[in-house]
Design a protein around this ligand. Structure first.
Ligand code: GLV
Ligand code: MN
Ligand code: MN
Length: 418
């Protein structure tokens, strides 16, 4: 069965979606529950309706667009990603896995394929952690990795809780218990995504098939020192929250560099100070720290070193510290049979493919805890991501979409799970 992918249509939809941003395009910013985030989701829902997919939205805003199979009682095959974007992002992260998947489904429909299993496109709520500090909110709730009571308490930097947001956006304060899916809801989950790293481009390989996803942890650190007049408070009397934070940010770098694993990476991606005036000693600092590794043991050793450092630095400087571990997740191992099926699907349509590790996290990190999961990576220019100059070529997107379509076709035809 010949599957034709309409490359121009995907590109035009990616470009239309890229007009929806809190910042001026090409800068993408679509933070959870912002006008842009909601508009982007409405845009995708409309495209799904146009393609005769049955839409459902759960209590946290995860969107499901289903192509009903001939045997709808069999667990469905799922694919999807996210449309939210961190501040100052590009237009491909997440979007390729949503619009590419939609085109894969349309291509299968055009080819005359009749799926035995239903095929479901999932658009996850808040893969990015910008509003609540925690990533993959929708997929954590879908798979039970986050308790609904805990989720409802999540609070953004303006002090607004998830429950308040749900009330405002969906006029309900969240029956989040209903979000969790039973383990055999899906027979497989496959997420198409840009690599966000340089390997495929450097090695001139069309597709990466993910067999492992690195383990992320996020810390939020509030430092309370003592403010005062920049001219009047003498140096021995200072308890400068910024300087304590600066030492800790350097300690994050050392903990990552000096771990026994080349895969440990540590980033202090957020550092805010108050009052933020040139002639005032900073009395408060808020830091958010991101730490990851493919190996849990070395990630956790680095985490311990950072905690020890926070204690030592704040004691020495007479600054108070409140440290919250927002998340500390294990790595995901993808389903071996699904990885093989994905590699074969790539070869079947004539493209080169290799197995790889995902250093970024994705909703697949959590989907893999419950459902057989893998990801298809396509190359992106210079491995750049989370920047406005993020770029994936139409050819790379075409290839990823075709392999996804081929794989969905095989998975949706299988009488038992692969
Ligand atoms: C996801 O966007 C990540 O930060 O890995
Ligand atoms: Mn991202
Ligand atoms: Mn992403």
């Amino acid at each position: 069965m010949l599957i034709e992918i309409d490359s121009e249509r995907i590109q035009s939809e990616i470009d239309q979606l890229a007009k929806i941003s809190e910042a001026s395009p090409p800068v993408m910013t679509r933070v959870l529950f912002s006008k842009a985030d909601l508009q982007a989701r409405a845009y995708v829902q409309a495209r799904c309706s146009n393609s005769d997919l049955a839409l459902r939205e759960d209590a946290v805003g995860n969107i499901f667009a289903r192509w009903q199979g001939q045997d709808p009682d069999l667990p469905a095959v799922a694919t999807g990603s996210h449309t939210d974007a961190i501040p100052n992002a590009g237009k491909y992260d997440g979007v390729v896995g949503v619009l590419g998947a939609l085109e894969a489904i349309r291509g299968l429909k055009r080819s005359g394929f009749k799926p035995r299993r239903s095929i479901e496109l999932v658009i996850f709520t808040a893969e990015e952690p910008t509003r609540f500090g925690i990533g993959c909110l929708g997929s954590r709730l879908l798979t039970g990795a986050l308790a609904p009571e805990q989720a409802l308490q999540l609070t953004d930097s303006a002090g607004k809780r998830l429950s308040d947001w749900l009330e405002e956006v969906y006029s309900q304060s969240g029956d989040l218990q209903s979000v969790r899916l039973v383990p055999n809801f899906y027979s497989a989950f496959v997420e198409l995504h840009i690599e966000q790293g340089p390997l495929l481009e450097r090695q001139r390989i069309d597709l990466g098939v993910v067999e492992q996803i690195a383990a992320p942890a996020t810390l939020r650190l509030e430092l309370i020192g003592e403010g005062g007049h920049a001219g009047a408070v003498l140096m021995p009397d200072r308890h400068d929250a910024l300087l304590a934070g600066a030492e800790i940010a350097l300690a994050v770098e050392s903990a990552a560099k000096e771990s026994q694993s080349p895969d440990t990476v540590g980033t202090t991606g957020l550092f805010r100070i108050e009052p933020g005036a040139v002639n005032s000693v900073p009395y408060r600092a808020l830091l958010e720290i991101d730490l990851r590794d493919t190996r849990l043991s070395t990630r956790d050793i680095a985490l311990r070193r950072i905690r020890e450092n926070v204690l030592a630095v704040t004691q020495r400087r007479g600054v108070q510290a409140h440290l919250d571990v927002i998340n500390q997740d294990p790595p995901a191992v993808c389903d071996a049979a699904l990885v093989q099926a994905a590699l074969q699907a790539a070869v079947r349509v004539g493209f080169s493919a290799r197995c790889m590790v995902s250093r970024a996290y994705h909703d697949s990190l959590f989907m893999a805890q419950t459902f057989p999961t893998t990801m298809l990576f396509i190359p992106c220019r210079n491995g750049v991501s989370h920047r406005p100059d993020e770029y994936a070529s139409p050819e790379a997107i075409y290839k990823g979409t075709l392999v996804l379509a081929q794989l969905l076709q095989e998975l949706a035809s299988a009488p038992s799970r692969i």
